[in-house]
Design a binder for this molecule. Structure first.
Ligand SMILES: [Zn+2]
Length: 453
């Protein structure tokens, strides 16, 4: 399944990899004849796809799975996510990143954008970089910026000065963003009510000077829209546009409350969108106007969001939920097809992070980020159409072998880069200790009220 411009699906195909790049894609017999000495990975009866791209997550929340269930977003942030996040240590970030990388690889995801909003002590964003790097996934770690919000429940320890936060961003970008580095760094002003206008302006200036993508939560909930109206008398996107923040390197996350006017501005300024359907449903945030965005020609990538609002990092679930959400919302089964949602998780996701030249499809010259999917399980078989099988039937354990940067990171469903059992044990220990330390452990033992039956 090439997802090239013609969307070719080659029945008996092969992909030739040379170093970290794809050298050729074509008929298996033909490639074998021309490259008899090549080392072979047998993918017969398998479906080979470009690795999926997860355009938004917060991997530190790996340690908070299931603690924020059934809460409205603002309560979820104020009562659980922020009080726990602000207790995170370097070890927590590293353990969470390793575990998040395992979840990604097992679902055939090869690129992850982490929105790293925890920076209350030095070294946390770097621990995420290190964890993703050690596990062998491709990533953009977008270093967070939080410069206000104490009046709305942001723990003071999370709030930094603009100068300090941007100096850290610059240092990390310069340290990690070499043309071929697998883990790169970007910037993530958290959300409009947690950053001030000068921070947005200075973030834009820094991005123009040193590069790195910018990602920001946008119009996720009614609360956020109301805060912008109260503080600025304008909608969030207008505030951002007003300070010259927006551009083709901005990835706006959620956008559930975006208006037709917002969509026109996004198209005009080439702002990209990260769609997080599972999280939007989980937190009851709303339904993003994705069909309107697609119609307007806005680039939309797909994402899991953090594990505390999903509660996993399985992109195959997001494919299915994403397509189904818009069908039921419009009572129109044609509105987002299997093919379109898969594009959002591959080539459109690559475009959303400015990497369409080397990610998102199986084409010569692109990075060898490849997932080999096995559909011989009771849920997926029998298969008529591989796109349908992947989007609507697969459960998330179908990835068998995964290559990133031309290296095998999983073979026969065993991750090769790290020891999976110790990563899981390490994450469990870190999760329990963090919940205790931050006073949210009781949320795991909430009462199950009987209905009397
Ligand atoms: Zn988020």
């Amino acid at each position: 399944m090439t997802i090239n411009r013609a969307r070719d699906i080659i029945e008996r195909g092969a992909v030739l990899v040379d170093g970290d790049r794809i050298a050729a894609v074509g008929e298996a017999g033909d490639l074998e004849r021309r490259h008899p000495g090549a080392q072979r990975i047998d993918a017969s009866s398998r479906t080979v796809i470009p690795g999926l791209i997860n355009t938004h997550t917060h991997l530190i929340q790996t340690l908070l799975k299931g603690l924020g269930d059934d809460k409205p977003l603002y309560a979820w942030i104020k009562e659980m996510t922020l009080p726990a996040s602000v207790q995170a240590t370097e070890e927590d970030c590293y353990a969470a990143a390793l575990h998040g990388a395992l979840e990604a690889i097992h679902s055939g995801t090869t690129t992850v954008v982490d929105f790293t909003y925890v920076n209350h002590r030095p070294g946390l964003s770097e621990a995420i970089v290190r964890g993703l790097g050690d596990a062998g996934v491709r990533a953009i770690v977008a270093r967070g910026l939080v410069t206000q919000g104490a009046d709305l429940g942001v723990p003071p320890a999370m709030i930094e000065t603009t100068d300090h936060a941007l100096a850290e961003c610059e240092r990390l970008i310069k340290a990690h963003n070499r043309p071929d580095s697998r883990v790169q760094v970007g910037m993530s002003p958290c959300i409009l009510w947690m950053v001030d206008e000068p921070t947005l302006r200075e973030t834009r200036r820094l991005a123009d000077r040193v590069g790195g993508i910018i990602t920001i939560h946008l119009s996720e909930t009614t609360f956020e829209v109301e805060q912008a109206l109260k503080r600025y008398g304008r909608r969030e996107l207008e505030v951002m546009d007003g300070v010259g923040f927006l551009g083709g390197d901005v990835l706006a996350v959620h956008c559930t409350k975006c208006t037709p006017r917002d969509i026109r501005v996004m198209k005009a300024l080439d702002v990209k969108v990260s769609h997080n359907p599972c999280s939007n449903m989980y937190l009851a945030s709303g339904i993003a106007p994705i069909p309107e965005m697609l119609l307007a020609g806005v680039t939309v990538g797909l994402a899991t969001d953090g594990p505390a609002s999903n509660n996993n990092q399985n992109m195959l679930h997001v494919l299915k939920f994403g397509a189904l959400l818009h069908k039921v919302a419009r009572e129109d089964a044609t509105v987002v097809t299997a093919e379109k949602i898969l594009e959002m998780a591959t080539i459109d996701g690559a475009r959303a992070i400015g990497r369409e030249h080397d990610l998102g499809s199986l084409e010569p010259g692109k990075k060898a980020d490849i997932a080999i999917m096995a559909f011989d399980n009771p849920y997926v078989a029998p298969v008529h159409n591989p796109v349908s099988a992947l989007v609507y039937a697969a459960l998330g354990n179908e990835a068998e072998t995964v290559l990133i940067d031309g290296k095998i990171v999983m073979r026969a469903r065993r991750v090769t880069t790290v020891d999976e059992v110790s990563v899981r044990e390490r994450a469990q220990a870190a999760a329990e200790a963090l919940a205790q330390r931050s006073g949210v452990a009781h949320l795991a033992r909430r009462r199950w009220r009987s209905t009397g039956y």
